[in-house]
Design a protein around this ligand. Sequence first.
Ligand SMILES: NC(=O)c1ccc[n+]([C@@H]2O[C@H](COP(=O)([O-])OP(=O)(O)OC[C@H]3O[C@@H](n4cnc5c(N)ncnc54)[C@H](O)[C@@H]3O)[C@@H](O)[C@H]2O)c1
Length: 596
Amino acid sequence: MTPGTRTVTLGDRSYDIFFDRNIYPALQEWICRFHPGGSVHVVTDGNVASIYGDDIRRCLVGISHEMLILPPGEEHKVLSTVGRIYGFLAEGSAGRESLVIAFGGGVIGDLAGFAAATFLRGISFIQVPTTLLAQVDSSVGGKTGFNLPEGKNLVGAFHQPRAVFIDDAFLLTLDDRNLRAGLAEIMKCGLAGDPELWERLLDRGSRWKSFSGDDWQWLIRRAVDYKASVVERDERESSLRKVLNLGHTIGHSLEQAGGYGRLLHGEAVAMGLAWEAVLGMRLGVTGEEAVDGLVSLLLAMGYDLDVPGIPLASISAAVGMDKKRVESDVDLPQIVRPGSCEIRRIPLAEIRRELPGIRAEIRERSAVREAGTAAGSGETAETLQSLEQRVAADPRDARAITLLADAYRKSGNVAAAWEAIQEVLGRDPSDTMAQRVASDLANTLPAPVEEHAQVTPPLENLVLLDEDAYEIRVADAVAPLGEEGEGLRAPEPAAGPPVPIPEEPVVDPGEPPPAPVESPPAPAVWTVTLADVYWAQGERATARKIVRQILMEEPRNERALAWTAARGKEDPVETALGAFLDTTAKEYGYDLSGHH
Ligand SMILES: NC(=O)c1ccc[n+]([C@@H]2O[C@H](COP(=O)([O-])OP(=O)(O)OC[C@H]3O[C@@H](n4cnc5c(N)ncnc54)[C@H](O)[C@@H]3O)[C@@H](O)[C@H]2O)c1
């Protein structure tokens, strides 16, 4: 075995996988050695033939061969196309000693492999996979077949190839969409059983468009090694091999429900990985951290995780048609942690029941990520502007307002973010996407400090003139508290204009608290009027804090009670938001007492 070869050990069905740049000499040598004199029948599709048709013909000069060029695409992976291949083989007088070459992507591999498995009860075939997906997955392991209108790959046969020839140079002509689709199967391998592969993807996956040939070679080799090791232990998928179906139960359903040809197989698998991971989370098998990592990576790599036009009812019906079904159950691989999966038998009804919740969760995560990316990018201003325009065009567009709120949050404009998110939650407090943004927003607020210290207002230059009268003075005109701490003394009127009130209380957790001698202590008298001053300045949180403080010390204080009642009526949205935040905070164990 050379370093560029991996033998799949399956007794008398063992075969070599050759990895090389410019694979043709190795292919030619192999045919001359193992198929001297037998006819060769190349099956390919129109796209591959137009780019590589001449190359393969040159490689086969001197060898008796013919070529069938099929229309490309998943929609042609059907019985009638298999019929065309049978006709091609029969007309070309293929015999038991003939060799079929599947030269193309996974569709060609599955079709040509199935025809070879069944023609004359089985003739030899080799795979020359030309897409990433075919190189890392479909060309290895011997599964062949085609789709029925009722379900994906419903007809098939196990038929191992005699050899596989993998050349990453074929990827140079593959478009980005197909490259990304192939990456989904590599992700599957990492998640299912190769933590190092998964770590590499987490680390570099989002930059896949700039991968070098070495990057691709490493990933392909790693995924093929993993798949081959699984196939060697369970060739016929009686147990362990089921792990390779990770993402495929829901993925196939999405692919079928969307109509073959709409989603690429790998795109559907990427969605399936995300949906099944969320299902695993809902069933208590998959940790939230794993779901976060997977979904973030998929989104960063540019995958869509849902197709809005596909109704849930169609997906649900397609789930029932999966060939992995065992009566009314399905053996579903579930991620325990990245690189480790277990197979669980799950009732189809349970999967169907979970589908609406899964879709909602996926949409919400995608939308939040979309907002985060928009606001976090260098185009923040432009994005904010376009979101603002979207909201202006349709002020009832809750999604746009929520995205705008999150964009404001990311850009540091917390006040505008609150206002926007309150509007959405005021209309629909159960809007999960808005709830998530609101809770992110709550988490960006400064951490609360000790109960009494936290009512220290930012307005240290507010001076008590009378029992209920205040004036704002420049800082050094504020008189310190009397020794007995009986309250603030009325100071001399200050020269100069009032000092502007800071917009937000600033708490820098990294700074030590100021020394008591240098800084005047905060007013020790809390009154409703003071709360009104803050309220008028837009410092609503501080105003509420003050009134709460009054009520803590004097629960029957009528003015404070009336103030609370009035503000509650005045701002029902904020009250609703407060209630929501309280519930969320309790659920997650946060102390939001300083933020109301
Ligand atoms: N048998 C298995 O174990 C197995 C595993 C995974 C997937 N599959 C099957 O594989 C199929 C998907 O395979 P696929 O993604 O390769 O699709 P595909 O075969 O349809 O190829 C995708 C597109 O790329 C074009 N193409 C192929 N090679 C090219 C190249 N080098 N340069 C430019 N264009 C090229 C094709 O013409 C086609 O248009 C599905 O049917 C899926 O069910 C099978």
